[in-house]
Ligand binder design. Structure first.
Ligand code: HAX
Length: 441
């Protein structure tokens, strides 16, 4: 895959030179100011990092190198007979900013197939875990076991020139992405299918083969869903927990495996990626409590109020940056309208969408009452028979690799510094407010 590697290098050299000039002329220019509340409340709204693959607009949603999801669906190459974009094309776009040709995507697909060599010790490591360990624990353990293959770690130990960091990170990232479907599918087959692993099908694309490895190889609808799913979950700019963690850990020159595993531990939190399992769990609990598979709007409203009264969040709703319905929710709703418009669970998801936002809005404190990506994904997976909802975040994780590893290659390509923001203590803040001390900078 020399074309992609060389294209990235040319882009990184050009942007690196531009950044040097920008900083020389404008390096002291302020891009914001930090309020005390932001320091105490999750650094919301502080612009404090540069991340190349994607950008989130609070009103419009995610832009992958400037493209919306419908634009990706129209422009990226597709599988033969398919309508959804191939994630290989999305990765090419995230890494280079250029829309790849069909031939580029076919070559990348072939390259990942050739790199998909998971050593036996990774599976043995997974086998050492209790089978009931959470799938995200198993997934991250598999990634950590694969870290033995890191070229970056080996080359660094041998004395690598900093000019070569990007190339070693590129190789590690490509190898890791290539191996993730096998590791993720092994976790699924081990936990839910009695350990009967399936061999890769070399005729399939990355997402199609992942569907096949999971055991859905004869289901064309599920393969198409995987192509869309793995494309739209890939990236959401740099500040979210999984992307920022990968970036932060990578800034210490931890290799791609260590950095990605760290990001995945963040994705496994219920306020982030685990929300996709929480949504389905919450819907199932609601159906049970109400004694109905298709509760009415009034019944849903009562159950939402009960959830809030118990001091819990309504999973799948709200966002730290977005202030509108997530276009990733809309893309999944469109897919459902096309392929499963009468599915009762999908219709319940749509009823919840009608019911929840006004209730959350009425509380007055929630900044975004609209659904996010996780509100819809589980219903699509269940339609095709994937009922093991505690596995869903692993699917998200496989997809997220495409974005955060493209971001990591860029960070090493641009030679970004180790991240180290300043913290203060509340005692320091109190003394500063009384005029008795400086805020240390
Ligand atoms: N249900 C109930 N309360 C909610 C809520 C929801 N869906 N969303 C926000 N709130 C509450 C917050 O908990 C907070 O309450 P307190 O003041 O009592 O602490 C208040 O409303 C203000 O929060 P906010 O400023 O609107 O939201 P945050 O930026 O703090 O948090 C979250 C953003 C996504 C974490 C939040 O909306 C949430 O918890 N949503 C439910 C979980 C979820 O769907 N997470 C997935 C998000 C998308 C993602 O990362 N996917 O991977």
């Amino acid at each position: 895959m020399e074309k992609l590697k060389n294209l990235f290098k040319a882009k990184a050299d050009a942007l690196g030179a531009e950044i040097k000039d920008i900083l020389k002329e404008h390096g002291t220019k302020k891009i914001g100011e930090v309020q005390l509340a932001q320091a105490f409340q999750g650094m919301r709204g502080i612009t404090g990092m540069v991340y190349e693959p994607s950008l989130l607009d609070a009103q419009e949603g995610i832009r992958f190198r400037g493209f919306t999801i419908p634009e990706l669906q129209a422009r990226l190459p597709k599988a033969k007979g398919g309508n959804e974009p191939l994630p290989e094309g999305l990765f090419w776009l995230l890494l280079t900013g250029e829309v790849p040709t069909e031939a580029d995507v076919a070559a990348l697909s072939a390259d990942w197939k050739a790199r998909a060599k998971v050593p036996a010790h990774v599976f043995k490591t997974l086998d050492a875990l209790p089978v009931d360990a959470h799938p995200m624990t198993q997934f991250v353990t598999g990634v950590m076991a694969l870290q033995t293959q890191s070229q970056f770690a080996k080359q660094y130990a041998a004395g690598m020139n900093k000019k070569d960091y990007w190339a070693a990170t590129y190789e590690d990232s490509m190898n890791l992405i290539a191996c993730l479907p096998e590791i993720a599918a092994y976790v699924y087959r081990r936990k839910y299918q009695g350990g009967k692993a399936i061999a890769s099908d070399s005729s399939l694309d990355w997402a199609g083969n992942f569907a096949h490895l999971l055991g859905y190889g004869s289901n064309e609808g599920f393969k198409e869903l995987m192509r869309l799913y793995l494309t739209i979950h890939s990236d959401h700019e740099g500040g979210n927990v999984s992307a920022h963690t990968t970036h932060l850990v990578g800034s210490a020159l931890s290799d791609a495996y260590l950095s990605f595993a760290a990001g995945m531990n963040g994705l496994a939190g219920p306020l982030h990626g685990l929300a996709n399992q929480e949504v389905i769990k919450w819907i199932f609990e609601m159906q049970k409590a109400l004694g109905s598979e298709t509760p009415s709007g009034e019944q849903i409203a009562e159950y939402v109020k009960k959830t809030l009264a118990e001091g819990k969040v309504v999973p799948g709703y709200g966002h730290a940056v977005l202030r509108k319905t997530d276009p990733r929710f809309t893309a999944q709703a469109e897919f459902a309208k096309k392929h499963m418009a009468k599915d009762p669970l999908v219709n319940t998801v749509w009823n919840i969408f009608e019911t929840v936002p006004p209730i959350l809005q009425s509380l007055g404190k929630i900044k975004n009452p609209w659904p996010n990506v996780d509100a819809h994904s589980g219903a699509l997976l269940l339609h095709y028979g994937m009922k093991e909802y505690d596995y869903y975040t692993v699917l998200f994780g496989v997809s997220r690799a495409l974005g955060v590893l493209a971001g990591l290659i860029w960070a090493r390509g641009l030679g970004f510094a180790i991240e180290r923001p300043k913290s203060v203590t509340t005692a320091n803040v109190k003394a500063w407010l009384k005029g008795e001390a400086e805020i240390w900078e």
